[in-house]
Design a binder for this molecule. Structure first.
Ligand code: XIL
Length: 339
């Protein structure tokens, strides 16, 4: 069709990204990706359990296909992700007999060595294509504001303290050129307590000389929450606290509402809700653009509502720009036509 390309309408402001998944980069879905986006991130295929499900056995088939696609289409890539408490295989935190490691200096050394080995293998593998990458989510979702020390009680944390964070950034930095910026990526960054924790963690990293270039705001959000003003406040707060830090929107999608109304079937979602979503996308993108360079990349966590992690067997969601048939929705128009 002759719809304006999302990427072209945003290119004066930031690259506009979307996810790649097996089956999503061929046929009409692949054409949609190519036409509307100029940045790509693997939805799952660069996570630890995809690349090294079994210790020492690395599987790059899907990730390589996505990198080759991006390269062929002249798209840039975000890498995602190294240190995360999810989609990491159990063996990382087990001994040779498959028993859970208990905290000790030896366990800590073992887990940190596994982390270094993983990151090293992955970045050596992608080294020939490193020019296509511009960002990497090195550490993902490690903050829990309900803890006095702000740190999520994951196996990473239990076995290494916060050293897994420093080690991930240092290892990645040693293997990547400065053109690939390194991110801490998290959700709910507008939460006041979480924002304080993020600032504490980043300040700590910087004081120890740990190389971090930026903060990723996932932005898995709801129709009415958080407000665009709250997002702008978070971005400005971090920009002021850490002059020159890069900030990116890394995984945006909009749920109808966390507390309902819920719709069982996609067809049940009323036109009025699609319209409200359209206004929401418009308002958020107006804010991103008005932040005038403070946000330097925006990635949407999917293309059409046919493929979204938010729709379950009992709940239909319409969180993306295109519908389940890949037709443009009000959400699309909200992004490309802010008038
Ligand atoms: C999600 C994927 O979209 C799903 O397919 C998968 O089952 C779970 O992970 N935060 C992140 C992303 O950093 O990697 C997650 O992606 C969504 C939440």
């Amino acid at each position: 069709t002759n719809l304006p390309s999302v990427a072209q309408t945003q290119s004066a402001y930031f690259p506009i990204g979307t996810i790649a998944y097996s089956g999503g980069i061929s046929g009409v879905q692949g054409d949609l990706v190519t036409k509307h986006f100029n940045s790509l991130v693997s939805e799952n295929d660069m996570k630890w359990n995809s690349l090294q499900a079994t210790q020492g056995v690395f599987t790059y088939t899907n990730a390589d296909a996505q990198v080759a696609f991006a390269k062929a289409k002249g798209m840039k890539l975000r890498g995602h992700t190294f240190a995360w408490h999810q989609q990491v295989p159990a063996w990382v935190f087990q001994d040779a007999n498959g028993n859970a490691l208990t905290p000790s200096p030896a366990s800590k050394a073992l887990v940190l060595q596994r982390e270094v080995d993983h990151i090293t293998n992955v970045l050596n593998h992608f080294a020939p294509n490193v020019a296509s990458f511009y960002a990497w989510d090195v550490v993902n979702e490690v903050i829990d504001p309900s803890q006095a020390d702000c740190m999520r009680r994951s196996s990473w944390y239990t076995l290494t303290g916060t050293d897994f964070i420093d080690t991930a950034f240092r290892t990645a930095r040693a293997l990547l050129p400065a053109s690939v910026k390194l991110y801490y990526n998290d959700y709910s960054t507008t939460d006041a307590a979480k924002l304080v924790c993020i600032q504490k963690m980043v300040a700590g990293l910087k004081s120890r000389g740990v190389p971090i270039d930026g903060i990723g705001h996932q932005m898995h959000i709801s129709l009415n929450y958080p407000t665009p003003a709250a997002v702008a406040n978070t971005v400005r707060t971090l920009a002021t606290a850490f002059p020159g830090i890069s900030q990116q929107v890394t995984e945006m999608d909009i749920k109808i509402n966390d507390n309902g109304p819920f719709y069982t079937l996609y067809e049940d979602i009323p036109a009025s809700v699609h319209a409200q979503l359209g206004y929401a996308w418009r308002n958020y993108f107006n804010t991103f653009r008005q932040l005038n360079g403070l946000i330097d990349s925006v990635t949407i966590w999917g293309q059409g509502d046919n493929h979204t992690w938010l729709t379950s067997g009992t709940e239909a969601e319409a969180p993306l720009l295109f519908d389940t048939s890949l037709k443009a929705k009000p959400a699309y128009w909200g992004v490309v036509d802010p008038s």
